[in-house]
Design a binder for this molecule. Structure first.
Ligand code: X2X
Length: 333
């Protein structure tokens, strides 16, 4: 077996001891971490993007995906993408808001009424404002946000029919100030936990409830440890696909173009996947034993208004950011 043949047969990251690392290994080996199980559309579409990037770059760019919190929880991955330990990360808006407060703007409680409003805002002025804020932290946010979904409330205690059923509810929320404030405003007792802790904390009853979009409840099998699902639609949440800014700037223009096009296209396809799932996932979860109810959204809005939630967050975001949101969804406070 000739030396050359032996080497070309190696996988990109492989190495025979004693041999120098030559040729064939990708010129740019990039690491992407996320918090979701492999079966979620975000990972399926990200893998498609990685395949496309390898092909269109003729093997120069290798995007390795580390799903399901393999590299740590969200808080860890956010610091890794900042330091350059990883190259890409998809934090939810709630998560990146711990670094970029304006990014929580899409997560204001009961702001968006439907997906038309969501994508108009996030592909338009609201999204552009958030991306500019993200850039100030030396991170690059790709243009198209990916979908997480409208967040729904599950519990092992009972159905949430109206705001008064939130009273004292021990509910897990992401590590982020907005959902903490919102659930406190509704009278609940929220606890911030990394997503990697959610299943076990529900199972061991550290908390009784959690809130997530239905596709997450499905892929993370939360129906195994929850009985009720109330369609509160309280927050619309999406993922920003972000890159370490220094790494991104160092890539040649042609590579940037290949990567950005593949990722943005995959994001658009992923939005379509979630939209399709939204039509079918409730029936699937019901067949697995989750009991659904449709609470009265107005009771939640009223509770938040009277608790001062909207006024308070209008102040925190500032007039300019707040009016971008109200421009998209109408008056809130
Ligand atoms: O942690 C969550 O609940 C999740 C999976 O929705 C986020 O990424 C914010």
């Amino acid at each position: 077996r000739s030396l050359i043949k032996g080497l070309t047969a190696l996988p990109a990251a492989g190495m025979v001891s004693g041999f120098p690392r030559i040729a064939r290994a990708a010129e740019f080996s990039l690491k992407y971490g996320n918090n979701l199980p492999l079966s979620h559309p975000l990972n399926i579409r990200a893998q498609e993007a990685a395949d496309r990037i390898r092909k269109e770059s003729n093997g120069r760019v290798e995007l390795a995906i580390y799903p399901n919190n393999q590299l740590g929880g969200d808080t860890d991955m956010l610091s890794q993408v900042r330091s350059g330990g990883i190259d890409f990360f998809t934090p939810s808006a709630l998560v990146i808001a711990t670094l970029v407060p304006a990014a929580a703007i899409n997560a204001v409680g009961f702001a968006f009424n439907n997906y038309d409003q969501v994508w108009k805002a996030m592909d338009g002025q609201v999204g552009a404002m958030v991306r500019a804020e993200i850039a100030k932290r030396k991170l690059y946010a790709f243009e198209k946000m990916w979908d997480n979904g409208f967040r729904q409330t599950t519990s092992s205690k009972g159905a949430v029919q109206s705001a008064k059923d939130m009273d004292g509810l021990k509910i897990r929320v992401p590590v982020s100030p907005m959902p903490i404030a919102m659930f406190k405003g509704l009278g609940a007792a929220p606890a911030s936990l990394q997503f990697s802790e959610v299943y076990s904390s529900l199972q061991t009853r550290i908390v009784d409830a959690q809130e997530n979009p239905l596709p997450i409840i499905q892929v993370a099998k939360l129906y195994e440890v929850q009985k009720f699902c109330s369609l509160t639609n309280h927050i619309w949440d999406g993922y920003w696909f972000i890159a370490n800014g220094r790494m991104w700037e160092s890539l040649p223009a042609d590579v940037k173009k290949i990567v950005a096009t593949a990722i943005n296209d995959a994001g658009m396809a992923q939005r379509g996947d979630i939209s399709q799932l939204n039509a079918s996932v409730q029936a699937d979860l019901a067949s697995k034993g989750l009991q659904f109810n449709q609470p009265d959204a107005e009771s939640f809005r009223a509770a938040l208004r009277s608790s001062g939630f909207y006024k308070d967050w209008q102040g925190r975001f500032g007039k300019d950011v707040w009016s971008l949101l109200e421009g998209a969804v109408g008056k809130l406070a």
